[in-house]
Design a protein around this ligand. Structure first.
Ligand SMILES: Nc1ncnc2c1ncn2[C@@H]1O[C@H](COP(=O)(O)OP(=O)(O)OP(=O)(O)O)[C@@H](O)[C@H]1O
Ligand SMILES: [Mg+2]
Length: 264
């Protein structure tokens, strides 16, 4: 089976076409006396545009884990937010066929004033589960997270790892067609990480599709069937895991890409 998705074999489950995202950040510039007088004391606002994604296209077929790698600021989280439907594209389009569950390092999260139990119940109701379904789901989620009686304490009392455990447990137990994981596993301890990897394997065995952002290249090599390498908002390479990770590691060492885009 080819590791890179071939649309002639089966329809894509995630299809990203010429996607670009430009963030507009406004900020106060340092006022000069003359400028401040002219604007009668109001600070000057400047706009900086940040091109986080530039003309990105790829397709992912059903089942399997696709890794997303790249240096800080490369655009990985932005890409995840777009696929999750949290962030609208500036240009281009995204097709997602199926139910998405997200586990993002930043962004959507729990209410820290509420207990783990309350967060799971509210999240389940918001996701449209019936009360009876929710009761069963709750048990699965709590059992997997292994937080014991911390489930009844406000989440502000959780360590980052405990928070991450519950987040992962909720996301994966929602039986999504597509699971988006953005660096959320890095907070788990070794045993929980192992358990999470196994659980992701189970999801893939049920034809689930996972997009996994991580800087942990060893985990990427272990888990992924294919990898997307992002740099400065562009897709540099999309292909077989070892090929892409090898090229990325070489790039990180030598500071420049030995792989031309045409080689992909
Ligand atoms: N909310 C935002 N407003 C403005 N610019 C943003 C915002 N979020 C991200 N950016 C910018 O977009 C670019 C891509 O950021 P992104 O968070 O997607 O990178 P990343 O690949 O996930 O990096 P990391 O490995 O550090 O998580 C960066 O230049 C960043 O400064
Ligand atoms: Mg990120």
């Amino acid at each position: 089976m080819p590791s890179v998705y071939d649309s002639t074999v089966a329809p894509a489950i995630v299809k990203v076409e010429r996607l670009s995202v430009t963030y507009r950040a406004t900020y106060e510039t340092k006022p000069t006396l003359k400028g401040a007088l002219l604007r009668m004391g109001r600070g000057q606002r400047a706009v900086r545009e940040i091109e986080a994604l530039r003309d990105v296209s790829f397709e992912v077929g059903r089942g399997g884990v696709t890794g997303v790698i790249g240096v800080n600021g490369a655009g990985k989280s932005t890409l995840m937010r777009c696929v999750a439907g949290i962030l609208p594209p500036s240009h281009g389009r995204i097709e997602v066929h199926g139910r998405v569950s997200t586990l993002l390092a930043l962004g959507v999260g729990f209410n820290r004033q509420l207990s783990g139990r309350e967060n799971v119940v509210l999240g389940g109701l918001a996701a449209g589960l019936r009360r009876d379904q929710l009761a069963a789901k709750y048990e699965e989620i709590a059992e997997f997270a292994e937080l014991g009686d911390f489930m009844d304490l406000p989440m502000r009392t959780y360590s980052s790892g405990m928070y991450g455990r519950l987040a992962f447990s909720v996301a994966i137990n929602m039986d999504p067609d597509i699971l988006l994981v953005d660096e959320a596993l890095s907070v788990g301890d070794a045993r929980f990480k192992r358990k999470s990897f196994d659980k992701m394997g189970e999801l893939c065995a049920k034809a689930g599709t996972i997009l996994l952002v991580s800087h942990a290249l060893r985990s990427i090599r272990e888990l992924c069937d294919q990898v997307i390498w992002m740099d400065k908002g562009k897709l540099v390479m999309h292909g077989d895991t070892d090929e892409v990770v090898d090229a990325y590691e070489r790039y990180m060492e030598v500071g420049e890409s030995e792989v031309a885009l045409e080689d992909v």
